[in-house]
Write a protein that binds this ligand. Structure first.
Ligand code: AQP
Length: 329
């Protein structure tokens, strides 16, 4: 069987440059390595409070973003998580094989729940990694491209796969997380010690921001004392973050980026970063608007759902049989 590559993005808010550099920008290249399954993780989006209309609009936007990032719908399967009911069904089975202790140690749960009142933390937020594991397992995915923050969840999925395979025979494919060498963790422009994140939008660049706004945000990004443009995360987190953004978009190494700015002042360097980001976003936003207006995403998502359901139901049946559930059809 060809390698399967799977990843999802939550339509929880406006997508950021972090989501773009960490994952979205590179997905179109994966078709050379295997069969690609990319989805809109709308069930996951319900794990934090969200207005129905916002969720609907974000989901449409995300479909357009995937396509604007260069995905060829004939070569990849793009679908909504909620349109493949096997995700929820496998989740119901898998929740019995991941344990409260390990789920409560997940960094994402700890970070997100720490900002909430205890009686407002939904079970879905706690059990998020169970659904994510089910997403991955359903497609026999061996490669999972993600940003750094999702590595822990993929590791937990690997533990789960081991657990199930030891108990029921080798019925599941072992997945592996893959991160970008440059750009797996883009930081906030206002606090470069924190991840750029949709749910904590201070210091974010949004993919729908006007180019003038993007430029302004980069020019006023927090930098560090000193004047040398040098990659040093400990002492120069702001400059290091901007170097990462520059290198990731130009698809060069950090060292190459550093060399370009050995004699530059912070202001000139920031202008160069803004130029690169704006040039990339100009093309991306134009494609996004065209896809949104043409509603081309509708047909893509319909066909994606048909293909995804077919594959997912094969795995679901295999798991049901293994754990002792009757498949009557
Ligand atoms: N700052 C980042 N740098 C690099 N990669 C990132 N990703 C997220 N933030 C960065 C990666 O983008 C993919 C989609 O993320 P997600 O929407 O599923 O949720 P997340 O990981 O929790 O990202 P956010 O932006 O912080 O969302 P919220 O705030 O809604 O939880 C993932 O592969 C992620 O690693």
């Amino acid at each position: 069987m060809a390698e399967r590559i799977l990843t999802g993005i939550k339509p929880t808010g406006q997508l950021t440059l972090g989501n773009y550099i960490g994952v979205l920008k590179h997905l179109h290249k994966e078709v050379d390595r295997g069969e690609c399954f990319y989805f809109i993780a709308d069930l996951h989006a319900l794990t934090l409070p969200i207005e129905p209309e916002v969720l609907r609009q974000n989901s449409i936007d995300l479909a357009c973003f995937y396509l604007a990032a260069g995905l060829d719908p004939k070569k990849v399967t793009l679908f909504l998580q909620s349109s493949v009911s096997a995700h929820a069904e496998l989740n119901a089975i898998m929740q019995n094989y991941l344990y409260m202790g390990e789920l409560s140690r997940m960094t994402q749960f700890k970070d997100k729940s720490a900002k909430m009142k205890e009686n407002a933390i939904g079970l879905g937020l706690f059990a998020y990694p169970v659904l994510m594991a089910s997403d991955i397992i359903l497609y026999d995915a061996s490669i999972v491209p993600v940003g750094e923050d999702q590595i822990q969840h993929v590791e937990l999925t690997r533990d789960l796969v081991n657990r199930i395979n030891n108990r029921y025979g080798d019925i599941l494919t072992m997945p592996k997380a893959e991160m970008r060498k440059v750009g797996a963790r883009i930081m906030s422009l206002s606090d470069p010690t924190k991840k750029m994140s949709k749910s904590d939008p201070k210091g974010d660049i949004f993919l729908k921001d006007d180019l003038a706004v993007i430029r302004k945000k980069i020019m006023s990004a927090v930098t560090d004392s000193g004047s040398e443009v040098k990659y040093d995360v400990e002492n120069k987190p702001g400059i290091s973050n901007l170097l990462t953004i520059y290198a990731a978009l130009k698809e060069i190494s950090i060292e190459e980026a550093e060399k370009e700015f050995v004699n530059s002042r912070y202001g000139d360097f920031k202008k160069a970063v803004a130029d690169v980001v704006c040039a990339e976003m100009e093309v991306f936003q134009k494609k996004y608007r065209e896809i949104l207006e043409s509603k081309a995403y509708e047909e893509v998502l319909k066909e994606g759902a048909i293909k995804a359901n077919k594959i997912a139901n094969i795995t679901l049946k295999r798991v049901k049989k293994a754990v002792g559930l009757l498949n009557i059809d």
